[in-house]
Each structure stands twice: as structure tokens, then as C-alpha cells.
Design a protein around this ligand. Structure first.
Ligand SMILES: [Zn+2]
Length: 697
């Protein structure tokens, strides 16, 4: 991925129409009409006003390339992050807005894409209806919880999870990492209310304050659900106590990144014997799971601890925990008061914003996340012409060819590993824009009744779909992102790369723009996803998507030494400066390693692909910049982003992607061609010595 999937509604940043693919500049106007330079600049798609020429490129290239853009896009009350991914998401959302207004007005035939999107959108926008419905969408689940005794726990947990409520653990069908054509049962850690395990335990003042804010938020939510003040207080204390016990058993985010440690496939009897006090047979039946005999869990010890927690905790406390999980899951979609309460935590405390996003934007996001392939069909018709798909595929092939050349000549890889690496690259499948075959939503019922009831039925529908896959073959054609999404993905088990139509748009991709812009933008993103197949985690899978050791020990050691170089560089980056006597917050090299390797590799491979294009080989300057300079500017200009301090802290502690400025500074400071392009010298902040330099590809 190029950025983390949105965890919080408030993290979606939107500002309309603030960039343009074709911006004339003073520099282009002095060029003689009809000259090669004039022709090139007329379609170049490069905006000099985004730069800060007062900053030296060799001091801080992120600021030099983006200072103008950053200054023109300050954060406002609704936005915790504002970058080019989010301004493009806003542009895409403006298109989606038009589609949804039309769908909501048309009352299309039941089950049609337009009915599903139109009715869901209308129910989300109907705040009066949501207020009238009150807590009724979840009242059935709350009633079941109230009657639950220890023996009913498996049935209650199954019902809540069927309704999409994350309680105690996760369960579903997932790809067998060592047999990538099979779907097996998988059970893992889950059911926390704060973003990461450490939020429950860190002792610094900022973390302690966040915990206080969380406790107050949980208590107020119980009051909204009908508790009196004293009951709400004791329920909140109990619920958070159970969450903390689960958090204690949960692994660190860095530990969860290792696919070898995540693979613990075992006979079902072995798994269930670790939790003798939980009746899995009853649970699996109520979840509608088909019969199966083996299961994988990335966290066997978690279930041992869970069993201990379930037996040691009074049933009243477990009920409070389950009530809180239920309220928390649906709080943003219930009444205005519940929505405001949810925002006080996710929007204010965690993200540092003061106002929620406009309602229509939240509703458009909800439709995209719920029935994204119904909405996506309409979006693609408007926003992604067939020609763009053809051009994007061409670019993908050119970047693939550059990586192939590199693998063939890489000095540190032995012939055995090299042959397999090339076979893996050749086996990568490309998914571009939208699925070849759209999925349907047969059997899903969405209507203009309570919005939260729609979401609950959808959760039940998708959960059942996931569980029904256990024991079945993996669907290799699945398109796992929605078309308007501004992001991209590599799947190690499918060994495919996926670029939704939503990111194949300016400024990342512009079929009319010149090569430097396209290779620096979408080219680097294509390279990023492709090299994920060879990052510290992805390299452990073979071309068929199976977790299998195919590197010689010497090559694996050479790779690990290079990866450690990247990890150390990131450990040294100060991400958030200390405040109120707090220490600086550094990036965690181990957490961001895969993404940082992909950034470095993606930019490097895209640069090499660019050097094979006519413009890449040309000595003609455009806007006063050489071809190489324009490539590196094009790369840096996809990354500007303003963040609130809270959003930056949240990202550094939970997100495997580094902060955006380091996604420019780290790769380029390791790249001799960058230093040469801007005549940077050893000793400049943007230049690392040979001894310090990290290079993989
Ligand atoms: Zn990525």
C-alpha cells in the first residue's frame, strides 16, 4: 500500500480543486512557440508555484519541491491530514457526490447498483430519521448481552461478530500462506477500542491524558445508551479493564509484520484445547462456519491469555465490555448525539480536528466502503476512459521491465536466487482501474430505513461471505480496493499489483503529461507496489504466492544487511518534536521497514524506467530543469502533506507508512543520481556518504 487504509472517518481530508494538471508558468511563456520546449511544456503538468525556491534543494528537498503547496494548503477545522492523496480523494469524491445525488433521486429497481448506493446514501443523509431511530438498530444485540451468562458467551460473541462487532478476537476465512490457492479458517487478536496495544500502557503524560479522554468518552457513550451516571462510570471502568487485559496479550505492531511468525496452522483440536473454557463448537455453528479440521492463528498465545481473561473476569464486566464494543462499532452511524460523541474521540482526541467532515463526505465514504463495486461501476464510466487504462498498463510494463533489468544485473544476488526472483517478477499480475468482472451484492438488502441498520445488515452479509469461503479455492480475480480509492496494493499471496482508477488521475497519472511527471508520480507508485514483492516481508513468498524460503542463505543475509541499513535510518528520524517536556517521537524502523524499502525501490526502479524514455534521455531543459531534476521534483511533489500533531503521533505509533516528508528525504538522500542532478555535495543534508547509503535495487 502507499498509505494506510483509513481507520478513522476524520482522517479523510478533502479540499476541492486546488491543483490542476495543466498550469502555465512564467518560465514556459518565454519559450518560442512551436519549439520542442514549447510543445513539451504545453502538456507538462508541472506547477512551479508548488515549490519553495528560497529553500536549497540540497538542504531539504521536501520543502524545496513542496513549500509553495504546503503553504497554500493549511489545515482547517475538519482536516487532520492534507496532502495530494487527499485532495485527489476530494476530487474523486466530488464526482461520487454527483452520482449519489442522482442515485438517491431515482428510486431504482431493488437490488440494482443504483438502488443500493442511492438508498444507503439517502439513509445516511437523513439525520432526522437517524435521530428518530435512536438506539433501535443495536437494541437487539444489547438485549442479548444483558441476558448473557458465562455459558452463553460463545453464542453471544458469535451473534455480535456476525453483526460486525469486533469482540475479543477475529475469525474468518483467509488464504493459507503456504498454499495460496486455499482458503482456511483464521483466528486472531481483536476487540480493542484504542488504536494499538501500547495506548493502554504507556506512562508518558500525553498517553496518560489520552487514556483519560478515552475513559470519559466511554462513560458518556454509556450515558447516551441509557445508563445513569454511576452505572456508566462503573461500566466504562469494567469495559476498559477487559480491553487492557486483551491488550496485554496482543503482540506489538512490529511483531505482527512477520509472516513466518504469523503462520501457525494447526489441527482444530489443538487450537481449541488452548481455550478449554470457550465452547468453539457452539461458536462455529452460530457463525455459520462450514466444517473444517485445521486453523491458523498468528497469535496462539493470545488465545491462551483470552481463556484466562474470560475465566477470571466477572460476567458483569464482560457484559460491559460487549456493550461498549457494540456501541462503539455503530456510534458514528446512530443519532447526532452519538455521532458527536464518537467524533470527540476519533476526531478531536486522536486526530486533532475540531469539526467533523461535511455529512455528505462522510456518507459518500460510507457508500464506497459498503457497496464500493456498485458505486465503482458508475464512477469508472465517468472518470476512467478505456484509453487511460491502456496507457497505465503500458507504464506498468515499462516499470516491470526496469525491475527485470535490475534483477538481471544486481551485484549482490547469486544466480540461483536471481532466477527465482525474475520468475516471481514475471508472475506478477496487474489489476488496473477496475475489476474485469464486477462482484454483485445478491441477497444484500439496503433500504431508506435506519442508516445503522443498513450497515449492520451489510456487516452480516460480508461476514457470512468471508466465512463461507473456508475450505474453498482462492478467487484470484478479486479486486480488493474500490475504484474511486486513491491508493494501491500488492498482495503477497496473489502476487498481484492493483491500481484503482481513483489513483490513476492527475497529479499521479496524466496521460497528457510528460514522462518525468508520470514516472516520478505513478511510476514510483507502481515500482513501490512491485518492490513490495521483494520487501523484508514480501520476499519470503514465492511467485505462486506461497510462504517458502527460496533465497540462498548468503543472499538472504546480504538482503537483511541492506534492510537493516534502511531500518536504522528510520530509527534516527525525529517524527514529532517533544512538547511539554515530552521526549521526541522517532519513527520505528522495524514498523515502517517494508514501506520504506518499497519507497526506495519504487523510486529507484521508476527512475531507471524513465531513463529509457525519449524525455529521460533528452538534454533539453523544461522550465529551466533537466530531465533528471524534473523526475525527482515529480517524485517529491506527490508527497506534500500537512498533519496535525495528533495525527502525526497516531501515524508514527500505528502506521507502517512513514510520515510523508521522510518518504522524500530518505529515498533521495540515498540516491547518487539525485545528488548529481542538483549538484549536492557530501556534507549537504540531502547527501549520505557511501558508508551511510542504503541501496537494495
Ligand atoms: Zn506500500
Amino acid at each position: 500500500m502507499v498509505r494506510a487504509a483509513l481507520r478513522l472517518a476524520a482522517a479523510l481530508v478533502v479540499v476541492a480543486g486546488l491543483f490542476s494538471a495543466h498550469v502555465g508558468t512564467a518560465a514556459t511563456m518565454s519559450v518560442a512557440p512551436g519549439s520542442p520546449e514549447a510543445i513539451a511544456s504545453a502538456q507538462h503538468g508541472f506547477d512551479l508555484s508548488n515549490m519553495d525556491p528560497t529553500c536549497k534543494p540540497c538542504d531539504d528537498f521536501y520543502r524545496y519541491a513542496n513549500g509553495g503547496w504546503l503553504d497554500r494548503h493549511p489545515l482547517d477545522a475538519q482536516h487532520s491530514r492534507l496532502g495530494r492523496f487527499t485532495t485527489l480523494a476530494e476530487d474523486n469524491q466530488a464526482i461520487v457526490h454527483g452520482i449519489l445525488d442522482k442515485d438517491a433521486a431515482m428510486h431504482a429497481a431493488a437490488g440494482s447498483p443504483e438502488q443500493l448506493t442511492g438508498d444507503l446514501y439517502a439513509s445516511c443523509m437523513d439525520t432526522a430519521g437517524r435521530d428518530r431511530a435512536g438506539i433501535s438498530p443495536i437494541v437487539g444485540d444489547l438485549a442479548v448481552i444483558a441476558k448473557t451468562n458465562i455459558g452463553d458467551l460463545p453464542a453471544t460473541v458469535a451473534q455480535l461478530q456476525n453483526d460486525g462487532i469486533p469482540a475479543f478476537f477475529t475469525f474468518g476465512g483467509g488464504t493459507d500462506q503456504r498454499d495460496s490457492n486455499s482458503t482456511i479458517a483464521q483466528a486472531g487478536e481483536g476487540g480493542l477500542g484504542m488504536p494499538e496495544r501500547d495506548y493502554y500502557f504507556k506512562t508518558d503524560a500525553i498517553s496518560a491524558n489520552l487514556r483519560d479522554l478515552y475513559a470519559a468518552h466511554v462513560k458518556r457513550s454509556f450515558v447516551l445508551a441509557g445508563d445513569d451516571d454511576a452505572t456508566a462510570q462503573s461500566e466504562a471502568t469494567a469495559a476498559i479493564g477487559v480491553e487492557a487485559a486483551l491488550a496485554k496479550a496482543t503482540r506489538l505492531a512490529t511483531e505482527r509484520r512477520d509472516p513466518l511468525r504469523n503462520y501457525n496452522k494447526m489441527p482444530l483440536a489443538q487450537f481449541t484445547s488452548a481455550t478449554p473454557h470457550f465452547d468453539w463448537t457452539a461458536y462455529f455453528k452460530d457463525r455459520g462456519a462450514p466444517a473444517f479440521t485445521s486453523i491458523n492463528t498468528p497469535a496462539p498465545n493470545y488465545f491462551v491469555q483470552l481463556d484466562a481473561t474470560l475465566t477470571a473476569t466477572p460476567i458483569g464486566d464482560l457484559r460491559s465490555y460487549l456493550r461498549w464494543r457494540t456501541i462503539d462499532r455503530y456510534e458514528p452511524s446512530l443519532t447526532t448525539a452519538f455521532g458527536d460523541e464518537a467524533f470527540s474521540w476519533t476526531g478531536k482526541a486522536l486526530a486533532g480536528t475540531t469539526q467533523p467532515l461535511d455529512l455528505w463526505k462522510r456518507c459518500a465514504t460510507s457508500v464506497d466502503q459498503t457497496v464500493g463495486q456498485a458505486l465503482g461501476q458508475e464512477y469508472v464510466r465517468v472518470a476512467f476512459p478505456p484509453q487511460a487504462r491502456i496507457r497505465a498498463r503500458e507504464l506498468v510494463h515499462n516499470v516491470e521491465a526496469a525491475l527485470r533489468d535490475d534483477l538481471q544485473t544486481l551485484s549482490w544476488m547469486s544466480p540461483d536466487t536471481r532466477t527465482q526472483a525474475i520468475a516471481k517478477l514475471d508472475a506478477i499480475k496487474d489489476k488496473i482501474g477496475y475489476p474485469d468482472k464486477w462482484r454483485d451484492y445478491k441477497g444484500l438488502s439496503l433500504d431508506r430505513g435506519a442508516y445503522a441498520s443498513n450497515l449492520l445488515r451489510n456487516a452480516r452479509y460480508e461476514g457470512a461471505r468471508g466465512i463461507a469461503r473456508i475450505g474453498k479455492a482462492v478467487d484470484h480475480s478479486e479486486f480488493s480496493m474500490t475504484p474511486p480509492t486513491v491508493n494501491a496494493r500488492y498482495s503477497p499471496t496473489l502476487n498481484d499489483i492493483l491500481f484503482p482508477a481513483g489513483i490513476l488521475q492527475p497529479p499521479f497519472f496524466n496521460p497528457n503529461a510528460d514522462d518525468a511527471i508520470n514516472y516520478g508520480g505513478i511510476g514510483a507508485i507502481i515500482g513501490h507496489e512491485m518492490t513490495h514483492g521483494f520487501d523484508d516481508s514480501g520476499r519470503k513468498y514465492d511467485g505462486q504466492g506461497n510462504l517458502r524460503e527460496w533465497w540462498t542463505p548468503a543472499d538472504a543475509a546480504a538482503y537483511n544487511a541492506r534492510a537493516t541499513c534502511v531500518e536504522k535510518q528510520f530509527d534516527n528520524f525525529v517524527a514529532v518534536k517533544g512538547e511539554n517536556g515530552q521526549p521526541d517521537l522517532h519513527q520505528t524502523g522495524k514498523l515502517v521497514l517494508g514501506e520504506s524499502i518499497a519507497d526506495l525501490g519504487g523510486m529507484t526502479i521508476a527512475y531507471r524506467a524513465f531513463k529509457k524514455t525519449p524525455e529521460g534521455m533528452s538534454t533539453t531543459k523544461i522550465d529551466g530543469f533537466t530531465a533528471d531534476q524534473r523526475f525527482f521534483l515529480g517524485y517529491a511533489q506527490i508527497w506534500p502533506e500537512n498533519d496535525t500533531t495528533q495525527a502525526a503521533r497516531l501515524r508514527v505509533t500505528t502506521d507502517p507508512h512513514p510520515l510523508n516528508n521522510f518518504r522524500v528525504l530518505a529515498p533521495l538522500s540515498n540516491t547518487p543520481a539525485f545528488a548529481a542532478a542538483f549538484q549536492c555535495k557530501l556534507g549537504d543534508p540531502m547527501v549520505r556518504s557511501v558508508a551511510e547509503r542504503c541501496q537494495i535495487w
